[in-house]
Design a protein around this ligand. Structure first.
Ligand code: LLP
Length: 388
């Protein structure tokens, strides 16, 4: 819930420039504690996916609660370590890890590399041999060919996606592993997509995981870890009705459907479900332009600050924090020279005027972290609820 008075009163005359990301620190803490409590009940291990939001202030809260980290670049490994993540809780995933990034992982003794191809396994083995005597843990990311029933750009577990290793290559993987003496297969890794609301999708993933887990056991592999990635969705339509995702149902789906062998641990990599609802992009109305068929609200935030609507036609709930006037239909657009720089079409808002504050809700995940400087714009600022 956004406290309108705080935003409107504090920032009306403030020097803090709009647009800025406003983070509700209490909500983040409650979300982190809920996820942690529900995971702990089932003895599950959580690694926060930094790609969703790598803001240092938020990371400190998440890592102080004991989360591990899921990183997808060398810089994310550094960012995680700088903000309290433990080396032994860091996973490194991604289809294109560079030599430098692999070395960053090796030299920081991270928990595991999740490998996505045979050439990558060979390269990690080579770089590990150059480094010295230790044998490093790897997981293989399996492409389970499961339809995540989400936007195609954020679906990653179908056979046509670039991610992971497919079942028909497993024999080759096993043969190769026998020859690579500086890496040891300790886990299977999966991530089928993001913003998944349908729990039957995760139940289907579990069936595939059971199958692959058995397959490797039958061939003599004693795997210690199963990692099912992230993907739990959030309520973008009515964020105040569901500020904290239903972690209990999510983890129960895995408890009921996934069969672990004795001693195996189950790991998750949640990103969006942890940080989406605590963030709002706050922007100021520059102009209201009357059109022939509709009016445009032109705000000072653009697709450079929040690219999700332009990239995935994503819906973010929009509120006018400054007006209680009767509602009208508007298109809410930004200042960038692209037609796709549009946050919402034909949305109902209280009658809107210049200098009103507008909140784009549920933007804590894949918001700030995907901002760009296109049009040579400044990056958005950040404001934390406990610092104003
Ligand atoms: N693990 C891996 C290997 C991933 O690739 C991802 C996200 C996650 C975990 C975290 O998934 P989450 O819990 O956040 O769904 N930019 C897009 C989302 C891209 C997700 C990429 N991978 C968006 O704005 O919707």
């Amino acid at each position: 819930m956004i406290d309108r008075t705080i935003i409107v009163d504090k920032f009306k005359t403030s020097k803090v420039q709009t647009p800025f990301y406003y983070y509700d620190v209490d909500l983040l803490k409650q979300t982190v504690e809920t996820a942690k409590k529900e995971a702990k009940k089932r003895d599950y291990i959580l690694h926060y996916a930094l790609k969703a939001n790598a803001n240092p202030r938020l990371l400190k809260i998440i890592f102080a609660a004991g989360f591990g980290a899921d990183c997808v670049s060398g810089n994310e490994i550094f960012r995680a370590l700088e903000n309290g993540a433990k080396q032994e809780g860091i996973m490194f995933a991604g289809v294109g890890k560079s030599d430098l990034e692999i070395k960053i992982g090796l030299y920081n003794n991270i928990f595991a590399f999740n490998c996505e191809s045979i050439p990558e396994m060979e390269n990690i083995n080579y770089l590990a041999r150059m480094k010295g005597l230790k044998v490093y843990n790897i997981g293989i990311r399996i492409n389970p060919d499961v339809d995540a029933k989400t936007h195609e750009y954020i679906s990653t577990g179908k056979k046509e996606n670039k991610f992971g290793i497919s079942a028909w290559d497993f024999e080759k993987v096993i043969e190769k592993l026998k020859k690579l003496e500086y890496i040891r297969l300790t886990s299977l890794h999966f991530h089928i997509g993001s913003q998944i609301m349908d729990m039957t999708v995760f139940a289907e993933l579990c069936q595939r995981v059971n199958h692959f887990n058995q397959w490797f056991k039958d061939r003599g592999f004693e795997l210690e870890h199963i990692n099912v990635g992230g993907g739990l969705g959030v309520d973008y339509q009515t964020p105040d009705a569901n500020p904290i995702p239903d972690f209990a149902t999510y983890f129960s789906t895995f408890k009921q459907n996934l069969k672990l062998f004795p001693g195996q641990k189950l790991h998750f990599e949640p990103g969006r479900s942890i940080v989406a609802q605590c963030g709002s992009l706050i922007t100021r109305v520059l102009y209201v332009k009357e059109g022939k068929t509709k009016d445009f609200v032109i705000v000072d935030a653009g697709m450079t600050d929040l690219i999700r609507p332009a990239l995935y036609q994503a819906h973010h709930h929009i509120e006018n924090l400054s007006s209680d006037a009767p509602v009208k239909h508007y298109d809410v657009v930004g200042p960038i020279c692209e037609s796709s720089d549009c946050f919402a079409k034909d949305v109902l808002l209280p009658e809107t005027k210049r200098d009103n504050f507008i909140a784009l809700r549920s933007t804590g995940a894949y918001g700030e972290v995907m901002a760009s400087k296109y049009n040579l714009r400044d990056l958005p600022k950040t404001v934390f609820s406990d610092e104003i």
